[in-house]
Design a protein around this ligand. Structure first.
Ligand code: SF4
Ligand code: SF4
Length: 303
């Protein structure tokens, strides 16, 4: 089984449009949307949800009012200003904990003299398995102000691998998160190949450099493509030279095409339209098939 992960140094480079097109071009891959903080692949692939599963991670403190003596120790010990002192109720000062501000460190639970604070597993969101016109999909929704997106990304990838194993799918296509943080690392470790989508701007170049140093660190074979390359051909040349020097493979360029936005509005992948840039995306897809992987895992990526 092979895993192609599409990432970008920052949001808005066209990563999800490229991912959706690859999902259409591949022969029924398993699709994983690991951009859990700002998932949007579902807007194009319109998944029909089959199963929903709660995602729990970390803890949150909750005061049991009937046991609380109102001593205020939790207010003193909380370093995150998550404990609120409420108005007096029947002569007793009451306290409560703001679930958004609570970091789940557990200090108040440890030091409450009345053992009046519960330490509950935090419900951070949900992950889903679905069917799409391109193949099965695993995706997720992270709750408002919820953390642990790296753990949720790992869950989504694990489930995508399980489905690929069980149903004998040779390829998983992953829409990775932007940036280089924990969720990105959780998305790319152990992947067969990473494709970094970038744009020809100064920030695009800077962010790509950070992405390339990340994939080099984890020794993951990496390819790049420049989206909207024709808005700045000089910068495109520069980015490609930088990427080459960093050991990445250049698999193509995608022209600026207003039809990409139109396709999104019609809930279509770009390659399901007759947009001029379809030719560019198809060329990149075929180049990816020729990418060799790292020594010891030398099979080609199947397309
Ligand atoms: S430390 Fe415990 S008993 Fe004291 S105010 Fe907080 S919850 Fe109530
Ligand atoms: S668990 Fe930690 S962050 Fe949350 S209220 Fe208690 S002391 Fe504050």
């Amino acid at each position: 089984m092979q895993e192609l992960v599409i990432i970008s140094g920052k949001g808005g480079t066209g990563k999800t449009s490229v991912t959706a097109s690859f999902a259409v071009l591949a022969h029924r891959p398993v699709i994983a949307d690991c951009d859990v903080d700002a998932a949007d692949l579902h807007l194009i692939l319109s998944p029909r949800v089959k199963h929903r599963h709660p995602f729990r991670a970390g803890h949150e403190a909750v005061i049991r009012e009937e046991k609380c003596s109102g001593c205020g120790a939790c207010l003193t010990f909380c370093r995150f200003e998550a404990v609120r002192m409420n108005a007096k109720d029947a002569g007793k000062t009451t306290f409560s904990i703001d679930p958004v501000a609570c970091e789940g460190c557990g200090v108040c639970v440890r030091f409450c003299p009345e053992r009046a604070i519960d330490f509950l597993e935090r419900l951070c969101g949900e992950w889903m398995t679905s069917d799409t016109r391109c193949g099965p999909m695993v995706h997720a929704r992270l709750g408002v102000a919820a953390e642990n997106s790296g753990k949720l990304v790992s869950t989504v990838r694990q489930q995508a691998r399980r489905i690929a194993d069980e149903r004998d799918h040779p390829l998983i296509i992953v829409d990775g998160p932007p940036g280089i943080g924990c969720p990105v690392i959780a998305s790319v470790t152990g992947a067969t190949l990473v494709l970094a989508v970038t744009e020809p701007t100064v920030s695009g170049e800077h962010d790509l450099q950070r992405v390339l140093s990340l994939t080099r660190h984890f020794q993951i074979p990496t390819a790049i493509c420049v989206n909207k390359w024709d808005i700045n051909p000089v910068m495109t040349d520069r980015i490609e030279a930088t990427a080459r020097q960093a050991g990445a493979r250049i698999v193509g360029r995608i022209r600026y095409d207003r039809a990409v936005t139109r396709a999104q509005m019609e809930e279509k992948a770009v390659v399901e339209t007759d947009a001029p840039c379809v030719e560019d995306i198809k060329a990149i897809w075929s180049q990816l098939g020729a990418c060799r992987t790292i020594p010891g895992r030398s099979e080609n990526l199947e397309v």
